[in-house]
Design a protein around this ligand. Structure first.
Ligand code: NHW
Length: 412
């Protein structure tokens, strides 16, 4: 969603000082990259006190168990978080989403870092981390996943972001976590992988009205509507919602499926439950998960999920939000079949059902990235390439770029 290659020529005064590989180093190294931490951290030498803050502002640890403070983070992000390049849309993470994303198993209050204006007490900046286990090829890293970095629009370009990043880094180091993973729309030194966003219209007319979907020259509105029409009912026999009783089977299936990838989060049972099983005490539903239970054998053979992330339509007369479903995790036993050609049709069937279910749940669009086995179904399921890409980064870990990603530097 954020800028493209504009940062390519930037000098990166901040990032140059950080334990991340430079563009030049990665370009020169090619296949000879020795994977591992860039810098050894001596936990004894980590500062026990927060980094200095600009005068007039102060650090605050947000208590997201307190609904008021959760609301403050929600307000900051709703008004100041990621927009597309033309500033037509802005992510609108709901409080329920923030509860889900920021209170994952093992979460620390300490890693929900805010900045307040001293005089007004107003929350003006935020950055967060959650602990995860991330496998990069054959190594499992104990790391933090950094997200929701946001600075109030009036305080932009004042080098506050590097201060936030250094502070969250310190708070990770203090707890013996020396690596991190994060995704950013803009190009920084140096992605381990780059994905492209794809979008599948569900309510094409609305997407057209708000300026999200164009009308191709060789088409008409009516033809576009027909192109994106979907059946009312799902097609896969045995498809149903994921239930608590499925968790052991599905976490095992997902883990085996993700082992096929070069880089993936390692899910414990508790994490799987948190991320994939819809929470009964969430105000609005955040995640939807489904399984296929083979009608004959009664075995669960497939799983898929998506989550709800709305975007504000900035300054539109009739529409305030786009309701977007983001494809999340999936896994299927056909990935392990001797006959490799079974995977593509199976995924296409599952993903078509995901689209049908997303339509039933009133989503306007289904979004996806070019990761996992997604290239096997994106085109057939009428997803179109968006203009945003998403770069994946590791902090304090050198690793060869992942194959299959889009070359970050060759994009316009
Ligand atoms: S990406 C979403 C980021 N948020 C937004 O885009 C919201 C709207 N924008 C803003 O709020 C998902 C501001 O523009 C932000 C920058 C705050 C983005 N990542 O303060 P200055 C995440 O949350 C560098 C990393 O003047 P600003 C992931 C930039 O390259 N670096 O800028 C977050 C430049 O450094 P350079 C970013 O516009 C991962 C410097 O900041 C960045 O007022 C964070 C300029 O600072 C970004 N998204 O504020 C890293 N955006 O060297 C975690 C800008 O190039 C690292 N910059 O001169 C790991 C830490 C934990 C380690 C533990 C072991």
């Amino acid at each position: 969603p954020q800028g493209k290659n504009v940062k390519d020529m930037a000098s990166h005064a901040f990032w140059k000082t950080q334990p991340v590989p430079s563009f030049d180093e990665m370009a020169a190294a090619k296949e000879k990259i020795v994977e591992g931490p860039i810098k050894e951290i001596d936990i004894e030498k980590v500062d026990k006190n927060p980094s200095p803050m600009y005068p007039g502002f102060e650090w605050v640890t947000m208590d997201l168990e307190d609904e008021k403070q959760l609301e403050e983070v929600y307000e900051l992000l709703t008004n100041h978080y990621v927009e597309d390049q033309e500033a037509m849309f802005r992510f609108r993470y709901s409080p329920s989403f923030l509860n889900w994303a920021l209170k994952a198993p093992g979460w620390r209050k300490d890693w929900h870092v805010g900045v307040r204006a001293s005089a007004s007490g107003k929350l003006v900046a935020f950055i967060s981390g959650i602990p995860i286990e991330l496998r990069v090829r054959d190594k499992v890293l104990n790391c933090s996943e950094i997200n929701f970095l946001c600075v109030h629009k009036k305080l932009r370009s004042k080098r506050l972001a590097p201060v936030l990043i250094k502070e969250v880094t310190r708070r990770c180091y203090v707890h013996g976590v020396f690596q991190a993973v994060y995704t950013v729309g803009s190009l920084l030194p140096t992605p381990i992988s780059t994905c492209r966003y794809f979008h599948r219209a569900i309510n094409w007319e609305k997407l057209y009205d708000v300026g999200f979907s164009p009308l191709p020259h060789n088409s008409t509105k009516q033809r576009q509507i027909v192109r994106y029409k979907l059946p009312d009912e799902t097609l896969t026999p045995g498809l149903r919602e994921l239930e608590a009783k499925d968790v052991d089977t599905v976490v095992d299936l997902l883990r085996r499926y993700l082992e096929r990838m070069d880089m993936a989060q390692v899910y414990s049972k508790g994490e799987f439950e948190h991320w994939m099983v819809p929470s009964a005490n969430s105000k609005e539903q955040v995640v939807w998960s489904y399984v296929v239970e083979d009608p004959e054998t009664k075995k669960v053979t497939d799983f898929f999920s998506f989550y709800n992330l709305e975007s504000t339509v900035i300054g539109h007369k009739t529409h305030n939000v786009i309701k977007a479903a983001y494809l999340f995790y999936y896994a299927t036993e056909t990935a392990f079949a001797k006959d490799e050609s079974l995977l593509k049709p199976r995924l296409n069937m599952l993903m078509k059902d995901a689209l049908i279910l997303a339509k039933k749940e009133n989503f306007d669009v289904v979004n996806s990235l070019t990761l996992l086995d997604n290239p096997l179904f994106l085109e057939d399921q009428r997803f179109g390439a968006g203009d945003g890409s998403l770069h994946y980064y590791l902090y304090n870990y050198r690793a060869a770029p992942l194959p299959g990603g889009i070359d970050a530097r060759s994009q316009s």
